[in-house]
Design a binder for this molecule. Sequence first.
Ligand code: SAM
Length: 255
Amino acid sequence: MDQHFLVDTSAVALIADTVPVSGRNVLEIGPGGGILTDALLSRGALVRTVELDRTLLPNLERRFAAELASGQLEIICGDAAKVRLPEFEIVVANLPYSISSKITFRLLETGFESAVLMYQLEFGRRMIASPKDTEYGRLSVMTQTFAGVEMVIELPPASFSPPPEVWSIVVKITPHEPPVPIADRTVHAILVRELFSHRRKTIRNGLRGMRSIYGDAAVTNLITTLPAEMLDKRPEMLSIADFIDLSNCLSALIA
Ligand code: SAM
């Protein structure tokens, strides 16, 4: 269950102070021993936590008896990837790394104002990578199409007990509308997935690989419509807006 508990108190304070939480509905996923829960409550947040490990609940209930009684805290026992989520505006969580991707996209689909989330360093760097960075890929595009992502802090294994084998990163996520309206989000998601599944191929060859999905005629038409300078690029060179433009052209051809 990825139970590496944060023990670095200055990191806890930094995470809790990244966005103003006083009087706001804050969802915390995986409270563990409650170190972050405590910091959020002391800043006046109305905290709704989801914890999978039932054995951690008695300790949390003892530690936060007053806040539970007053309604400032609610503890939900369940899997944050599946359970019905309570109302929230802000998410603050030291996420279980095994379900980082699933939870992040669930949260983005649900909608929120801002999130301060901890990830495995490599995963977080992929989220914030820009075109031409070696880490730029499907995760960067699918996240940055729908949100701004900023680094807050990188944390070494020693910040946790027991220490994990990997470094961690805290990022702030602020959802926004895509820079260009997306005609069909499914087509966009498939195009990004397919082009990055052959990241060494040019866009021309990557698109050819999509004939089995969208048919020969639509893909050939798309390739004929696009400028050569776009077709000769590799997916890691395309901007967020380029992927939307490409998918909008494809959507128009298959409509
Ligand atoms: N927030 C605490 C801290 O910073 O010390 C604990 C963080 S620990 C990395 C991850 C926490 O998520 C653990 O308490 C674990 O039991 C919980 N967890 C793991 N999988 C979960 C899931 N699917 N849904 C909700 N909580 C989960």
